[in-house]
Write a protein that binds this ligand. Structure first.
Ligand code: ADP
Ligand code: ZN
Length: 364
């Protein structure tokens, strides 16, 4: 893919479909296209305080158009709540936004989830466009249509399925992203490879450093391949009746770690550790070959996803998995792997196997 080329992936939903446009330096053009396609709409760009600061010149230029307004909130997961939603909705009404509103989410996963949830209910639903700016949101949360906010009881407990009208992925946004956030996104790329795309896994085994360094061509390939995995899975099972559960590989353990660390361990990192543990579980229950387990652990290590020490206790993590919103009546259903590129879901696992796997990875 050269500079000017862009790749388009179509995602089919129940009734229609939306396009994901991927390329470098495409956001200027994207906004021109949006202004034209939505020429009688008023446009609210919802963003967080960091993105607003880093891209202030870009936003100020856009705001020269009198149909365009930027609304921002304090960056961070702590803002993904009812209070922020209320303030942003109040802002929209004060600025006179009516039925002819287009909401654009410009930012990471927090922005996309929050702005999308506002779009889902504002005036009974207004069109919504995602412009994800973190690697994690570019490969994962900006597609699939899940939007929502957190509640003190848990993450993403208030939400909806509300697919975007379009997604623009501008790889150049990643240039300003801290390295830690890149690693966070790499975890979901590796997940996509492990569950559905053995070829991508082979590619990552030899090219992961180049992908992490955002080298031209390599990061594109990783993003596009993992988007295709996610797109294929969510179009077969939009509402998570079955197949979509394979996307939760690494997430049962990952979520517990994320919560128990009070979100000090960010999502991608927690999922990276979760994938290591769930890979061991898969091998211990006899569905995954030893050799494939070794390859997965090696790739996770090479990606710097397993290089911190863990202070959490295995028993606590296991207890927490039973409280996950995805467990049924306290029985935890794992999404595991039968091979690289072959995921299965709905598996019950004995606590003692989970515990053994956790301790092998280094939990107390
Ligand atoms: P995620 O996308 O990982 O789910 P966030 O939406 O919280 O989570 O984004 C992670 C952090 O990265 C936030 O502090 C956000 O402000 C910041 N951020 C998002 N995009 C960029 C960017 N392109 N450059 C620099 N910082 C960014
Ligand atoms: Zn995830």
């Amino acid at each position: 893919m050269s500079n000017s080329e862009k790749e388009i992936i179509k995602v089919f939903t129940g009734k229609s479909h939306y396009d994901i446009n991927i390329g470098r330096n495409i956001s200027q053009k994207a906004f021109e296209e949006i202004l034209e396609n939505y020429n009688d709409f008023k446009i609210a760009i919802i963003t967080d305080s960091n993105v607003e600061r880093v891209y202030s010149d870009f936003l100020q230029k856009l705001e020269k158009n009198d149909r365009v307004f930027t609304l921002s909130f304090k960056a961070g997961e702590e803002s993904k709540n009812r209070k922020t939603k209320e303030i942003l909705e109040d802002n929209l009404f004060e600025l006179g936004f009516g039925r002819d509103t287009l909401i654009i989410a410009l930012g990471g996963g927090v922005t996309g989830d929050l702005a999308g949830f506002i779009a889902a209910t504002y005036m009974r639903g207004v069109p919504f466009i995602q412009i994800p700016t973190t690697l994690l949101s570019q490969v994962d949360s900006s597609i699939g249509g899940k939007v929502g906010i957190d509640h003190p009881t848990g993450k993403n407990l208030l939400g909806a399925f509300y697919p975007p009208s379009k997604v623009y992925i501008d790889i150049d946004f990643l240039k300003t992203l801290p390295n830690e956030e890149i690693i966070n996104g790499i975890a979901e790329i590796i997940k996509a490879a492990i569950i559905q795309d053995g070829q991508l896994f082979n590619y990552l085994e030899s090219k992961i450093e180049r992908v992490i360094n955002l080298e031209k061509g390599y990061i594109e390939k990783a993003i596009i391949s993992s988007l295709k995995v996610k797109a294929r899975v969510v179009e077969k099972d939009e509402k998570e009746a079955g197949l979509r559960k394979i996307l939760n590989f690494g997430h049962t353990i990952g979520h517990s770690i994320e919560i128990l660390s009070n979100f000090d361990i960010p999502h991608g990192r927690a999922v990276g550790i979760g994938m290591a543990v769930e890979t061991l579980i898969s091998e211990k229950i006899g569905i995954l070959k030893l050799e494939e387990k070794e390859r997965i652990l090696a790739l996770l290590k090479k990606s710097k996803l397993l290089d911190k020490s863990f202070k959490l206790s295995a028993d606590e993590i296991i207890r927490k998995t039973a409280l996950d919103k995805k467990s049924r009546k306290g029985v935890v259903e794992y999404s595991l792997i039968e091979g690289i590129g072959e995921a299965v879901y709905g598996i019950n696992v004995e606590d003692k196997i989970v515990k053994k796997s956790l301790s092998e990875i280094g939990f107390l």
